[in-house]
Design a protein around this ligand. Structure first.
Ligand code: SF4
Length: 336
Protein backbone atom coordinates (compact mmCIF):
# COMPACT_ATOMS: atom_id res chain seq x y z
CA UNK A 1 0.00 0.00 0.00
CA UNK A 2 2.86 2.38 0.77
CA UNK A 3 5.84 2.74 -1.55
CA UNK A 4 9.37 1.73 -0.59
CA UNK A 5 10.33 5.43 -0.45
CA UNK A 6 7.46 6.21 1.93
CA UNK A 7 8.42 3.32 4.22
CA UNK A 8 12.05 4.40 4.16
CA UNK A 9 11.22 8.03 4.98
CA UNK A 10 8.88 6.96 7.83
CA UNK A 11 11.54 4.60 9.19
CA UNK A 12 14.10 7.42 9.29
CA UNK A 13 11.59 9.86 10.85
CA UNK A 14 10.94 7.48 13.74
CA UNK A 15 14.54 6.33 14.04
CA UNK A 16 15.69 9.93 14.64
CA UNK A 17 13.89 9.86 18.01
CA UNK A 18 13.61 6.17 18.81
CA UNK A 19 17.31 5.35 18.47
CA UNK A 20 17.73 7.08 21.84
CA UNK A 21 15.45 4.53 23.51
CA UNK A 22 17.16 1.53 21.95
CA UNK A 23 14.97 1.00 18.86
CA UNK A 24 17.00 -0.10 15.82
CA UNK A 25 16.17 0.76 12.19
CA UNK A 26 14.75 -2.74 11.65
CA UNK A 27 12.19 -2.22 14.42
CA UNK A 28 11.26 1.24 13.12
CA UNK A 29 10.84 -0.26 9.64
CA UNK A 30 8.53 -2.91 11.08
CA UNK A 31 6.34 -0.19 12.66
CA UNK A 32 6.43 2.12 9.59
CA UNK A 33 3.46 0.66 7.61
CA UNK A 34 1.30 0.85 10.75
CA UNK A 35 2.26 4.41 11.68
CA UNK A 36 1.85 5.57 8.05
CA UNK A 37 -1.63 4.06 7.92
CA UNK A 38 -2.66 5.50 11.30
CA UNK A 39 -1.37 8.96 10.36
CA UNK A 40 -3.23 8.76 7.03
CA UNK A 41 -6.49 7.74 8.73
CA UNK A 42 -6.07 10.50 11.31
CA UNK A 43 -6.19 13.14 8.56
CA UNK A 44 -8.99 11.42 6.66
CA UNK A 45 -11.20 11.22 9.76
CA UNK A 46 -10.19 14.55 11.33
CA UNK A 47 -8.88 12.79 14.43
CA UNK A 48 -6.24 13.81 16.96
CA UNK A 49 -4.16 11.37 19.01
CA UNK A 50 -3.24 12.27 22.59
CA UNK A 51 -0.66 10.07 24.31
CA UNK A 52 0.28 10.03 27.98
CA UNK A 53 4.04 10.02 28.67
CA UNK A 54 3.76 6.43 30.00
CA UNK A 55 2.77 5.10 26.56
CA UNK A 56 5.33 3.14 24.53
CA UNK A 57 7.82 5.13 22.38
CA UNK A 58 6.34 3.88 19.07
CA UNK A 59 3.01 5.48 20.08
CA UNK A 60 4.57 8.65 21.53
CA UNK A 61 6.86 9.32 18.55
CA UNK A 62 5.15 7.42 15.75
CA UNK A 63 1.57 8.71 15.81
CA UNK A 64 0.82 11.04 18.75
CA UNK A 65 -0.06 14.66 18.03
CA UNK A 66 0.38 15.62 21.69
CA UNK A 67 2.31 13.97 24.51
CA UNK A 68 2.17 14.86 28.20
CA UNK A 69 0.56 14.30 31.58
CA UNK A 70 -3.19 14.04 32.13
CA UNK A 71 -3.53 17.75 32.91
CA UNK A 72 -1.62 18.84 29.80
CA UNK A 73 -3.57 16.42 27.62
CA UNK A 74 -6.91 17.59 29.02
CA UNK A 75 -5.95 21.10 27.89
CA UNK A 76 -4.89 19.77 24.46
CA UNK A 77 -8.23 17.95 24.21
CA UNK A 78 -10.01 21.18 25.00
CA UNK A 79 -8.15 23.15 22.33
CA UNK A 80 -8.43 20.76 19.40
CA UNK A 81 -10.69 21.30 16.39
CA UNK A 82 -10.61 17.59 15.55
CA UNK A 83 -13.93 15.74 15.63
CA UNK A 84 -12.42 12.55 17.04
CA UNK A 85 -10.04 12.27 20.02
CA UNK A 86 -8.13 9.00 20.35
CA UNK A 87 -6.83 8.85 23.91
CA UNK A 88 -3.74 6.67 24.36
CA UNK A 89 -3.79 6.45 28.13
CA UNK A 90 -6.21 4.97 30.64
CA UNK A 91 -9.97 5.22 31.06
CA UNK A 92 -10.17 8.13 33.53
CA UNK A 93 -8.08 10.26 31.13
CA UNK A 94 -10.33 9.48 28.18
CA UNK A 95 -13.34 10.25 30.39
CA UNK A 96 -11.79 13.62 31.25
CA UNK A 97 -11.45 14.39 27.53
CA UNK A 98 -15.13 13.49 27.05
CA UNK A 99 -16.22 15.56 30.09
CA UNK A 100 -14.56 18.61 28.53
CA UNK A 101 -15.64 17.79 24.95
CA UNK A 102 -19.16 16.39 25.08
CA UNK A 103 -19.83 16.92 21.37
CA UNK A 104 -16.71 15.05 20.22
CA UNK A 105 -16.17 11.34 19.80
CA UNK A 106 -13.61 10.14 22.34
CA UNK A 107 -12.04 6.74 21.74
CA UNK A 108 -10.00 4.60 24.15
CA UNK A 109 -8.16 1.88 22.17
CA UNK A 110 -7.99 -0.56 25.10
CA UNK A 111 -11.28 -0.53 27.03
CA UNK A 112 -9.59 -2.53 29.81
CA UNK A 113 -7.00 0.19 30.48
CA UNK A 114 -7.99 1.06 34.05
CA UNK A 115 -6.03 2.42 37.02
CA UNK A 116 -5.58 1.04 40.54
CA UNK A 117 -6.36 4.47 42.01
CA UNK A 118 -9.43 5.18 39.89
CA UNK A 119 -10.85 1.73 40.60
CA UNK A 120 -10.32 1.91 44.36
CA UNK A 121 -13.26 4.18 45.10
CA UNK A 122 -16.89 4.57 44.00
CA UNK A 123 -19.32 7.48 44.06
CA UNK A 124 -21.16 5.69 46.90
CA UNK A 125 -17.92 5.62 48.95
CA UNK A 126 -17.61 9.40 48.50
CA UNK A 127 -21.24 9.97 49.52
CA UNK A 128 -20.61 7.94 52.69
CA UNK A 129 -17.52 10.02 53.49
CA UNK A 130 -19.51 13.23 52.98
CA UNK A 131 -22.18 11.94 55.38
CA UNK A 132 -19.47 11.07 57.93
CA UNK A 133 -17.74 14.47 57.63
CA UNK A 134 -20.56 16.94 56.85
CA UNK A 135 -19.43 20.27 55.40
CA UNK A 136 -15.86 19.10 54.73
CA UNK A 137 -14.87 19.83 51.09
CA UNK A 138 -13.95 16.88 48.87
CA UNK A 139 -10.99 17.16 46.51
CA UNK A 140 -10.39 14.27 44.16
CA UNK A 141 -7.20 13.58 42.26
CA UNK A 142 -7.82 13.42 38.48
CA UNK A 143 -7.12 9.68 38.69
CA UNK A 144 -10.78 8.99 39.52
CA UNK A 145 -13.84 7.99 37.52
CA UNK A 146 -16.30 10.59 36.21
CA UNK A 147 -18.85 9.39 38.83
CA UNK A 148 -16.39 10.09 41.66
CA UNK A 149 -15.40 13.49 40.19
CA UNK A 150 -19.10 14.39 40.04
CA UNK A 151 -19.28 14.03 43.86
CA UNK A 152 -16.28 16.33 44.44
CA UNK A 153 -16.00 20.04 45.15
CA UNK A 154 -12.85 20.22 43.01
CA UNK A 155 -10.38 18.01 41.18
CA UNK A 156 -6.61 18.37 41.30
CA UNK A 157 -3.45 17.00 39.73
CA UNK A 158 -0.11 16.32 41.40
CA UNK A 159 1.07 19.75 40.21
CA UNK A 160 -1.74 21.84 41.71
CA UNK A 161 -2.97 19.70 44.65
CA UNK A 162 -1.48 21.93 47.37
CA UNK A 163 -2.78 25.17 45.81
CA UNK A 164 -6.26 23.71 45.55
CA UNK A 165 -6.24 22.35 49.11
CA UNK A 166 -5.11 25.77 50.38
CA UNK A 167 -7.75 27.58 48.32
CA UNK A 168 -10.52 26.21 50.58
CA UNK A 169 -11.09 28.14 53.85
CA UNK A 170 -11.96 24.96 55.80
CA UNK A 171 -9.65 23.43 58.44
CA UNK A 172 -10.22 19.90 57.13
CA UNK A 173 -10.23 18.51 53.59
CA UNK A 174 -11.25 15.10 52.28
CA UNK A 175 -8.55 14.21 49.74
CA UNK A 176 -9.14 11.15 47.55
CA UNK A 177 -8.08 8.50 46.74
CA UNK A 178 -4.25 8.27 46.97
CA UNK A 179 -3.07 7.80 50.59
CA UNK A 180 0.57 8.59 49.72
CA UNK A 181 -0.30 11.81 47.96
CA UNK A 182 -2.48 12.68 50.97
CA UNK A 183 0.44 12.02 53.34
CA UNK A 184 2.79 14.10 51.17
CA UNK A 185 0.24 16.92 51.21
CA UNK A 186 -0.26 16.66 54.97
CA UNK A 187 3.42 17.56 55.43
CA UNK A 188 2.88 20.81 53.51
CA UNK A 189 -0.39 22.10 54.95
CA UNK A 190 -1.78 22.96 58.39
CA UNK A 191 -5.20 21.64 57.34
CA UNK A 192 -6.27 18.18 58.44
CA UNK A 193 -6.24 15.85 55.44
CA UNK A 194 -8.76 13.01 55.55
CA UNK A 195 -7.69 10.39 53.03
CA UNK A 196 -8.69 7.10 51.43
CA UNK A 197 -6.64 3.91 51.63
CA UNK A 198 -5.44 3.29 48.09
CA UNK A 199 -2.28 3.66 46.06
CA UNK A 200 -0.88 3.44 42.57
CA UNK A 201 0.41 -0.12 42.04
CA UNK A 202 3.52 1.24 40.32
CA UNK A 203 4.51 4.01 42.73
CA UNK A 204 3.79 2.14 45.96
CA UNK A 205 6.62 -0.31 45.14
CA UNK A 206 9.50 2.17 45.27
CA UNK A 207 11.77 2.15 48.33
CA UNK A 208 13.97 4.85 49.86
CA UNK A 209 16.76 2.33 50.61
CA UNK A 210 17.16 1.55 46.91
CA UNK A 211 17.42 5.26 46.06
CA UNK A 212 20.13 5.67 48.71
CA UNK A 213 22.08 2.78 47.14
CA UNK A 214 21.96 4.51 43.74
CA UNK A 215 23.07 7.81 45.26
CA UNK A 216 26.19 6.18 46.75
CA UNK A 217 27.03 4.57 43.41
CA UNK A 218 26.38 7.67 41.26
CA UNK A 219 27.46 10.88 43.05
CA UNK A 220 25.75 13.97 41.60
CA UNK A 221 22.70 11.97 40.54
CA UNK A 222 19.44 13.97 40.65
CA UNK A 223 16.50 11.92 41.93
CA UNK A 224 12.99 12.92 40.84
CA UNK A 225 10.03 11.18 42.46
CA UNK A 226 6.36 11.24 41.55
CA UNK A 227 4.12 12.52 44.35
CA UNK A 228 2.24 9.20 44.21
CA UNK A 229 5.33 7.68 45.94
CA UNK A 230 5.45 7.13 49.70
CA UNK A 231 6.67 10.12 51.81
CA UNK A 232 9.91 8.22 52.71
CA UNK A 233 10.71 8.07 48.99
CA UNK A 234 9.85 11.73 48.42
CA UNK A 235 12.01 12.65 51.45
CA UNK A 236 15.18 11.19 49.89
CA UNK A 237 14.52 12.71 46.46
CA UNK A 238 15.72 16.06 45.09
CA UNK A 239 12.35 16.89 43.57
CA UNK A 240 8.78 15.63 43.72
CA UNK A 241 6.00 16.36 41.25
CA UNK A 242 4.01 15.06 38.33
CA UNK A 243 5.47 13.86 35.02
CA UNK A 244 5.36 17.25 33.28
CA UNK A 245 7.00 18.85 36.34
CA UNK A 246 9.79 16.27 36.06
CA UNK A 247 10.23 17.06 32.34
CA UNK A 248 10.57 20.75 33.18
CA UNK A 249 13.06 20.00 35.99
CA UNK A 250 15.32 18.01 33.62
CA UNK A 251 15.01 20.64 30.89
CA UNK A 252 16.04 23.43 33.25
CA UNK A 253 18.76 21.53 35.12
CA UNK A 254 22.41 21.20 34.15
CA UNK A 255 23.04 17.87 35.92
CA UNK A 256 24.21 15.09 33.57
CA UNK A 257 22.35 12.17 35.21
CA UNK A 258 18.88 11.59 36.66
CA UNK A 259 16.85 8.84 38.24
CA UNK A 260 13.10 9.04 37.63
CA UNK A 261 11.12 7.28 40.33
CA UNK A 262 8.00 6.64 38.30
CA UNK A 263 6.62 4.53 35.44
CA UNK A 264 9.31 3.40 32.93
CA UNK A 265 7.67 5.20 29.99
CA UNK A 266 8.80 8.57 31.31
CA UNK A 267 12.48 7.52 31.28
CA UNK A 268 12.13 6.50 27.62
CA UNK A 269 10.45 9.80 26.81
CA UNK A 270 13.24 11.72 28.59
CA UNK A 271 15.90 9.74 26.69
CA UNK A 272 14.23 10.69 23.41
CA UNK A 273 13.81 14.36 24.41
CA UNK A 274 17.17 14.86 26.13
CA UNK A 275 19.62 12.46 24.44
CA UNK A 276 22.61 14.32 25.89
CA UNK A 277 21.57 13.39 29.46
CA UNK A 278 21.68 10.03 31.29
CA UNK A 279 18.63 8.42 32.87
CA UNK A 280 19.23 5.59 35.28
CA UNK A 281 16.72 2.87 35.78
CA UNK A 282 14.41 2.90 38.72
CA UNK A 283 11.01 2.41 37.26
CA UNK A 284 8.01 0.10 37.17
CA UNK A 285 5.67 -0.82 34.35
CA UNK A 286 2.00 0.12 34.53
CA UNK A 287 0.09 -2.85 33.11
CA UNK A 288 -2.88 -0.60 32.30
CA UNK A 289 -0.93 2.03 30.40
CA UNK A 290 0.82 -0.58 28.29
CA UNK A 291 -2.41 -2.07 26.93
CA UNK A 292 -2.65 0.37 24.04
CA UNK A 293 -0.81 -0.79 20.91
CA UNK A 294 -0.43 0.51 17.35
CA UNK A 295 -2.59 -2.38 16.11
CA UNK A 296 -5.41 -1.44 18.52
CA UNK A 297 -5.13 2.23 17.61
CA UNK A 298 -5.44 1.38 13.92
CA UNK A 299 -8.48 -0.77 14.64
CA UNK A 300 -10.18 1.89 16.77
CA UNK A 301 -9.67 4.50 14.05
CA UNK A 302 -11.02 2.20 11.34
CA UNK A 303 -14.11 0.93 13.15
CA UNK A 304 -14.45 1.52 16.89
CA UNK A 305 -16.35 -1.05 18.95
CA UNK A 306 -18.99 0.30 21.34
CA UNK A 307 -16.81 -0.48 24.40
CA UNK A 308 -14.02 1.70 22.92
CA UNK A 309 -16.29 4.77 22.66
CA UNK A 310 -16.49 6.87 25.83
CA UNK A 311 -20.07 7.73 26.78
CA UNK A 312 -21.16 9.40 30.02
CA UNK A 313 -24.62 10.13 31.45
CA UNK A 314 -25.14 13.90 31.14
CA UNK A 315 -25.79 14.47 34.87
CA UNK A 316 -22.48 12.73 35.72
CA UNK A 317 -20.63 14.60 32.97
CA UNK A 318 -21.95 17.97 34.20
CA UNK A 319 -21.02 17.23 37.84
CA UNK A 320 -17.53 16.09 36.87
CA UNK A 321 -17.09 19.11 34.58
CA UNK A 322 -17.94 21.43 37.48
CA UNK A 323 -15.20 19.83 39.63
CA UNK A 324 -12.67 19.97 36.79
CA UNK A 325 -13.42 23.61 36.03
CA UNK A 326 -12.89 24.44 39.72
CA UNK A 327 -9.43 22.97 39.31
CA UNK A 328 -8.71 25.11 36.25
CA UNK A 329 -10.07 28.18 38.05
CA UNK A 330 -8.04 27.55 41.24
CA UNK A 331 -4.85 26.85 39.38
CA UNK A 332 -5.41 30.07 37.39
CA UNK A 333 -5.34 28.20 34.12
CA UNK A 334 -8.56 29.09 32.41
CA UNK A 335 -9.61 26.50 29.90
CA UNK A 336 -11.34 28.92 27.56
S1 SF4 B 1 0.75 4.38 36.75
FE1 SF4 B 1 -0.50 4.11 38.59
S2 SF4 B 1 -1.76 5.98 38.66
FE2 SF4 B 1 -0.95 5.80 36.54
S3 SF4 B 1 -2.53 4.65 35.44
FE3 SF4 B 1 -1.04 3.14 36.18
S4 SF4 B 1 -1.95 2.43 38.12
FE4 SF4 B 1 -2.97 4.37 37.61
Amino acid sequence: MFSEEEIKAETERMYAKLQHVGFGRALCQMFAPLTLEINRLKKEKNAVILAHSYQTPDILYGIADFQGDSYQLSKNAQDTNAEIIVFCGVRFMAETAKILNPSKTVLLPSPAAGCSLAESITAEDVRELKAKYPGVPVITYVNTSAEVKAEADACCTSANALAIVESFPNDSIIFLPDRFMAKNLQKMTAKKIISWNSACIVHEDFRAAKINQFRKKYPGLKVLAHTECAPEVVDVSDFAGGTNDMMRFVEQNEAPSYMLVTECGLSDRMRAEFPEKDFLGMCGLCPYMKQNTLALILQVLKSPKSEQIIELPENIRLGAERALRKMFEFSKVLVH
